[in-house]
Design a protein around this ligand. Sequence first.
Ligand SMILES: Cc1ncc(COP(=O)(O)O)c(C=O)c1O
Length: 388
Amino acid sequence: MSIVNSLSPRAISAPESGIVEVLNYARGREGLLPLWVGEGDLPSPDFVNDAAMAALAAGETFYTYQRGIPELRQALSDYYARHFGITLPAEHFFVTGSGMQAIQIAVQAMTSPGDELVYLTPAWPNIAAALEIAGARSVGVQLAFDDGKWAIDLDRIAAAITPKTRALFINTPSNPTGWTATRQDLAAILALARKHGLWIMADEIYARYYFPGGRAPSFLDVMEADDKIMFVNSFSKNWSMTGWRVGWIVAPPETGQVLENLIQYSTSGVAQFMQKGAVAALNDGDAFVQANIDKAKLSRDILCDALIATNRVETLKPDGALYAFLKIDGVKDSRKAAIDIVDKTGVGLAPGTAFGPGGELFLRACFLRDPGQIQTAADRLCDYILKL
Ligand SMILES: Cc1ncc(COP(=O)(O)O)c(C=O)c1O
C-alpha cells in the first residue's frame, strides 16, 4: 500500500485545481498572455508596500491580535461606510489569511461533518473543495444559461435544501460567470434562508467590479442586523494584492469569540506588518481601486466586443467580476481546448471543466489587464475561433 493511501481519505480525495493544471502545462512560456488566473497585471501599489516595509523595519514582527489589529478593523469599518453606505462598527470585522481562508473559517463555523451547503454552479472550485475537506457536502445548483445570460432559478435552490442543509454560498458578482444578483434576487435568497433557518456565506469580493456603475447590489442592502450572514472578502482583487494572502470576514459580533478561536487554531492571525499594508490599502487606495475598475471595464469591452463579433461565441458582457466566460462553437472539451489554445495562440485560458456542473463547455478569460495586451489576446483568440 502506498503511504499516500494511509493519509486521510478526505485529504486524498481533494481534487487538483483544473485551473492550475493547465497553468502548470504552459507556465513561463515566452510571449504568453496569461488570462487563466483571477488577477491583474499590476504589482501591489507602492503606498501599500511602503506601509508594510515601514512596519517591518519598525520591528512589528510579534504575535498579534487574532481578530486583526484594531487599526485595520477600524479602516474596514470606514471603508464600508464610504462604499456601502452602512455603519458597521469595528467589532464586525475579522482579518484572515486570504479570502480563501475566510471561506475555510466560515465553513468550519457553519458546518459539521455530514452537513450540506448549497452553492450555485458554475463556480470557483475552491468553495466545494474546502467544504468536502471539512467533511461537509457541497450541493451544486446550476444557474440557468440562456442567450449568453446567466440567471438564478429560485425553485431549483429551494428544491436542493434538505434537513441537512446549513448554509447557502452566494458569490455575486460571480467567478466565473459574471452573474450578478439584483437586489430582488438577494431579497428572495434571504427570504429562503430565513424560512429554512440557514446561514448565508456571501462572497462579494468582486462587488466593486460592477460595470453599470457604483458597486454591485449586496446582502448589506437587504439584510437586518439579526440575519445569519457572514461575508467573506479579500484584499486580492481590488488592491492588486493577490500574493499577500490577506482577507476578512464581516460577521455578527456575537460570533466573534468562535471566529477568534478558529483563527487561533489555524494561522493564529495575520502578520502585523502585512496588516499595516492593508490599512494603507483601505485608507489611501480609493483612486487605485477606481483605476483598476476603469481598466477592467475597458478591457472587458475590448475582449467581449471582439469575441461576440465573431458570431461563434455565446456570451454577453458580464455586469460584474473580472471574467469573460465563453462558449465557443465547436468546443466540446474545454480542457483539451485550453491546451490547444495556449499551444496555438499563446493565450492562457482556464477550462470550464474546472468550475463544476454547467461549465464544461466554457473557457474563462480574466480581463484585468492592460487594454493593449487584451486587444492582442482578443485578436489571437478571434483568429483561432474563426478557423475552428
Ligand atoms: C469568488 C472568489 N472568492 C474568493 C476568492 C479568494 O481570493 P484570495 O484567496 O486570493 O483572497 C477568489 C479568488 O479567485 C474568488 O474568485
